[in-house]
Design a protein around this ligand. Structure first.
Ligand code: ADP
Ligand code: MG
Length: 476
């Protein structure tokens, strides 16, 4: 009945050491107002000086999404008053952004993919931060963030569901991190988005009136905010009302969006070219030099993983989400030949431990070499997959590599057939009732017998071998 239309504006902080127009540090987490210099504060008589690194990063991004990189782009002043904007204007780009039309391919849940248009990406400075807590009815202002370089990436209204919007945001997040142009840290606000949402009757060509949901800084909240807003708009229209074009704020605690300002109250920013800054020129040579520094990008890496390692699209997609994870995987399979097992351990136990402790894969206490070493012990039947979980946890806790742990904890699998046979005989003798039922066709009891043997051996028997022995002995 209704179709959702979504366009995203993503703000990503660029990973430069200093700000876009000053030499002040961009490092996160300093004492308030210790990293804002005269330029960031907009004191009289100072002049902005463009940070070349920010420009090169924007160019890199443009090339990565196959966009036109403008040979000449222009900084403009976007005028408005707000306490966290001391100059009274934000330096941004308006008519001539540095990056023009490009594309980003996203993968959908049904396994198909979709090309989303990127309208433009422009450079601008971040504002400071207003702090509403801890000031008892007053607001504090921290200007450390003022002047941090931002790349604002504007999409076409091409997404048709909250899930597609999340897929787009995730893919963009992965891309800027691959390119090394942003740390993408969402808790610290390095990567956040505004979601423009409208609905229209299915089949109607014309777009409905949109609302803009401001400043969302998590994948989960984007999905929830959009879902809530779509419901709200549909209810409103079906109840005979009309959606008004306005800016709304998503409140994750109450799970609702509420109005911030309507279109009538929308500001006229009176954009004009900033007279303090020269137009930015990007030569063909600069572009070619940067093109040569582009890493293998997520899509290409995923395709290669599928082709070279016979991984399915889903696994290849997960393993190439970040460059670090892909590198880790490639290191593991250099030292062990079981690709599928390596993939499963990385996507399973390792990712689980990383998530639980909020660690990145490059901070993993279990190195790629250690994981490969453990996988090799599974392969040569020294340990079972189950015991491996114990070994993995011990490696994670810094107890050494797999061989050392297997030795110190006595986890080596019993492969001596004679020893296992004795235990199997013992268990068969102790459970005549179950033996009878199993023989009568109650196959589920096989699990019981294997379990008993594993218990006796503290999990150190080889499950395959136990199965085989049981079948042999019981003439199944
Ligand atoms: P503004 O300058 O007011 O932010 P833009 O035209 O630049 O407006 O659009 C901003 C974002 O809104 C873009 O990502 C665009 O794709 C999206 N958008 C525009 N119209 C609609 C619509 N009717 N429904 C959903 N998204 C829309
Ligand atoms: Mg906007």
């Amino acid at each position: 009945m209704w179709e959702t239309v979504i366009g995203l504006e993503i703000h990503t902080q660029l990973a430069t050491k200093s700000k876009i127009f000053s030499g002040a540090s961009t490092a996160y987490g300093a004492e308030p107002n210790t990293q804002a210099c005269a330029v960031d504060l907009g004191l009289p008589g100072v002049l902005p000086v463009l940070n070349q690194q920010a420009v090169l990063m924007a160019v890199k991004f443009g090339l990565a999404i196959d966009a036109e990189v403008a040979p000449i782009s222009v900084f403009a002043r976007k005028n408005y008053f707000y306490p966290d904007l001391p100059k009274g204007y934000q330096i941004s780009q308006f008519e001539l952004p540095i990056v023009g039309k490009g594309t980003l391919t996203i993968e959908l849940e049904d396994g198909s993919s979709k090309v989303v248009g990127v309208t433009r990406a422009h450079l601008e400075e971040d504002a400071g931060k207003s702090l509403h807590e801890d000031f008892h009815g007053m607001t504090g202002v921290d200007l450390n963030r003022a002047g941090t370089p931002l790349l604002e990436i504007v999409s076409e209204p091409d997404m048709r569901s909250a899930k597609e919007a999340v897929a787009y945001m995730r893919k963009m997040h992965s891309l800027v991190r691959y390119l090394g142009i942003s740390d993408g840290n969402m808790q610290e606000g390095s990567f956040r988005c505004d979601a423009n949402v409208s609905v229209r009757p299915k089949g109607q060509e014309e777009f409905g009136t949109r609302t803009e949901l401001k400043n969302i800084n998590s994948f989960r909240f984007v999905e929830r905010a959009i879902d809530f807003e779509v419901e709200r708009q549909i209810d409103l229209i079906e109840g005979g009302g009309k959606v008004t074009q306005e800016t709304r704020l998503y409140d994750p605690n109450k799970h609702e969006t509420r109005s911030m300002r309507s279109k009538e109250e929308a500001m006229d920013y009176r954009y004009f070219p900033d007279p303090d800054l020269l137009p930015v020129e990007v030569t063909a040579e600069t572009k070619e030099n940067i093109r040569r520094t582009l890493p293998e990008l997520p899509d290409a890496k995923k395709a290669r993983f599928m082709e070279s390692f016979a991984l399915n699209a889903e696994d290849a997609g997960i393993l190439t989400t970040s460059r670090d994870m892909a590198d880790y995987f490639e290191q593991v399979i250099k030292a062990t030949d079981d690709i599928k097992l390596s993939a499963n351990w990385i996507m399973g136990d390792l990712s689980g431990f990383l998530n639980k402790e909020g660690k990145e894969i490059n901070e993993s206490p279990v190195t790629a070499e250690m994981l490969a070493g453990m996988i090799n012990r599974i392969k040569d039947n020294t340990i079972s997959g189950k015991i491996a979980k114990e070994v993995f946890e011990a490696m994670w806790n810094g107890e050494g590599d797999a061989d050392a742990i297997i030795k110190s904890k006595g986890l080596k699998q019993i492969t001596d057939t004679g020893a296992i046979e004795a235990i199997v005989d013992e268990i068969i003798a102790a459970n005549p009732g179950q033996v009878e039922q199993l023989k009568a066709g109650k196959d589920k009891l096989m699990g019981f017998f294997v379990g008993q043997v594993m218990k006796q051996t503290q999990g150190k028997a080889n499950p395959g071998q136990v199965n085989q022995l049981l079948k042999q002995k019981l003439e199944l």
